[in-house]
Design a protein around this ligand. Structure first.
Ligand code: ADP
Length: 218
């Protein structure tokens, strides 16, 4: 088995982070930590965090930095992530989160931050066709020919459109990505930790580019 990795994946909504993180997680044998999935699980379970986060998420806004930093700090200190590493998907999303992540990981720093680059017009069409499994989080693209209800081929869960995949919320999230998350490209670029990868192509092609770029830096 390889020796694990500590990775962050940046990229616009719909760039393919979820799909690639599942593959990277199997390849490097490390947990895929998606803050979006963690928040959606909290919403489903009706926890205090979930009740607070639901309206924020559905409106396409960002959950507060302090809450997100606490959530991730706890998760990456769990045994699996501490020993072998992790792939962070959806975090950090602001410079304040990135600064905190450096503090939290000071003793075991990130290996590389990957920016999965896909133009905005392409992600818009991917997002409007995006459907997700409510149970396992797998992503699918709707073609209009699917059965209704649609059942997940991996786990048998319901495949649905996310409540925040409305045109308004999608545009809001893409705008927030430009203003809040794009500055992280400079933040990581200036410290020599960034790999920019072309995210246009088949999932296999993109995965090959990603693993090559990451393995060069491990
Ligand atoms: P997307 O990349 O399509 O926006 P995610 O599943 O990554 O979807 O996140 C869904 C929502 O969860 C975000 O729109 C935001 O409201 C919240 N969220 C996830 N990660 C963070 C984060 N690091 N900071 C603040 N809010 C977050």
């Amino acid at each position: 088995m390889n020796s694990g990795a500590r990775l962050v994946l940046l990229g616009r909504q719909g760039a393919g982070k979820g799909t690639q993180c599942v593959r990277l997680s199997r390849h490097f044998v490390v947990p895929h930590i998606s803050t979006g999935d963690m928040l959606r699980a909290a919403v489903r379970e009706g926890t205090e965090l979930g009740l607070m986060a639901k309206a924020v998420i559905d409106a396409g806004n960002l959950v507060g930095d302090d809450i997100m930093i606490g959530l991730v700090a706890e998760r990456i200190q769990a045994d699996d992530a501490r020993d072998r590493g992790y792939i962070l998907d959806g975090f950090p999303r602001t410079v304040a989160q990135a600064v905190s992540l450096d503090e939290i990981t000071a003793s075991h720093p990130l290996d590389v931050v990957v920016d999965l680059v896909v133009p905005r017009d392409l992600v818009l069409s991917r997002l409007s066709a995006r459907r997700v499994c409510r149970d396992c989080g797998a992503n699918f693209q709707a073609t209009g020919t699917e059965p209704s209800p649609w059942t997940c081929e991996n786990c048998g869960g319901d495949v649905v459109q996310r409540d925040d995949d409305t045109p308004d919320a999608i545009n809001k999230r893409l705008d927030l990505y430009e203003t809040q998350t794009q500055p992280l490209i400079d933040f990581y670029g200036e410290s020599g930790r960034l790999a920019q990868i072309d995210g246009v192509g088949s999932p296999d092609e993109v995965f090959a580019r990603l693993t090559k770029a990451v393995e060069q830096r491990l």
